[in-house]
Design a protein around this ligand. Sequence first.
Ligand SMILES: [Zn+2]
Ligand SMILES: [Zn+2]
Length: 372
Amino acid sequence: MENDLYEILGVAKDASQQDIKRAYRRLAKENHPDLHPDDTVKEETFKRVSAAYEVLSDDEKRATYDRFGSAGGNPFGGGGNPFGGGGGMGDLFDVLNSVFGGGFGGGGGGGRSRARRGQDFRMELEVSFTDAAFGAQHEVEIPHYDPCETCDATGAKPGTKPQTCTQCAGSGVVRQQQGFFAMQRACPRCGGEGMIITDKCGTCKGERFIRSDETLEIDIPAGIDTGQQLRWSGKGAPGEGGGPRGDLYVVIRLEDHSLFEREGRDVICVVPIGFTQAALGAKVEVPTLDGKVNMSIPEGTQTGKVFRLRGKGFPGLDGGGRGDQLVEVVVETPVRLSDRQRELLVEFAEISGDDVHPEKQSFFDRLKNLFD
Ligand SMILES: [Zn+2]
Ligand SMILES: [Zn+2]
């Protein structure tokens, strides 16, 4: 299910009001329940198209949606919210309700249900290669909302009560004729809440909840990888009207590593070796997730050769065994030779019958002289 209003209408983010209206008319006609009485898919599409149009056809709502709508973030629209990124966690109507305060997705005509689950929070957490390989504990700060005790979470000043909205009679929705369609939309007077607070509670400023920070200990399981997410049920935004809290999703991103890359359970690493080591064979030190190990290079090793260190990769999240480390060796050609080294190499070349130019300076020496 597409949750982006622009994509629902099939228009660009900078579409003109005329384009939006044209797209809406076409889709509404194609999907109108009166024309397709038994088609529940079309009916659902029609509701989504209508909701999208209701927001995008109103410049103010459109601006609000552009700022908060796809963010899936703080339901109270406050600043400094660390939970950005990817929408699509909740249903479209949850998103719209949290941005515009209710009234979306009603359908049917019986008004909306008051109890509503709070929105999910989503945050990204960067973990190091080592933590991802062996597991770790992290602390994250998340916002916590407690019901305001001063007003008993009504948002109204003690001694006063929220008044039932006169325009929608407390249902939060109004019916409106648009062309030949009867549309339901969020009540403009109460913003879909059904109630109007005339005297706001001084403690929570009418928000009904008091925000504080909560520190959450997160266990990073060994083997976790980029894109995988951990879920804490009930650590999201508070519900409405007695509805349960949403959930918290922590999306993992592996930090870049200066030496390693990850491919599934395997670790990939490039190790430079000298040309004499490659020719004669050697023991070289190789970094792994577990620390340095010695690896044998057989004589006659070519550049680009890949060696496998078994069991030096990442474990499986399911408790499965560890992957391998793949070590690609790159043979380095020395760039600065001492006189003695040069002499030996010339002799080596002569024995090999190679045509070399020992009298010539190296490219780097010439480059140096050029600028001295
Ligand atoms: Zn209060
Ligand atoms: Zn109202």
